[in-house]
Write a new protein. Structure first.
Length: 119
């Protein structure tokens, strides 16, 4: 996936991933309630997402549909993080996660399971 989304665009996408296909008006209402965005701000960000190919506009009523999944964005962001901060080394990222003092036993256990499944 070659689409780079900014934080504001991710907020719009989060609404679509949670709600499914909804109107731009509904997205605007949700983001107004959650973070205080006005209609113009929301519509501007939606249009940027459409231009990038992340959202499809359907009629009637400016219905919005996500064209990319949350998993695709997470994968792309993780790849970028690994490349940018860990010199392309996923094991360095993983080691960094494991060495964090605030991981619970349950989180450490889940990480171990992930490693075992990946083998």
């Amino acid at each position: 996936m070659g689409i780079k989304l900014f934080d504001s665009e991710l907020r719009v996408m989060a609404v679509l991933w949670k709600e499914g296909d909804v109107t731009a008006k509904r997205i605007s209402d949700i983001l107004n309630r959650e973070i205080g965005w006005n209609v113009n701000t929301t519509y501007t960000v939606i249009k940027k997402c459409i231009k990038k190919g992340a959202i499809q506009r359907l009629e009637p009523n400016f219905l919005c549909r996500a064209l990319i999944t949350k998993a695709q964005v997470q994968d792309a962001e993780t790849d970028e993080l690994i490349d940018k901060i860990y010199d392309g080394s996923a094991d360095l990222l993983f080691a960094s996660l494991l060495s964090r003092k605030n991981l619970s036993e349950e989180q450490i256990s889940r990480l171990k399971e992930i490693v075992e499944k990946g083998r």
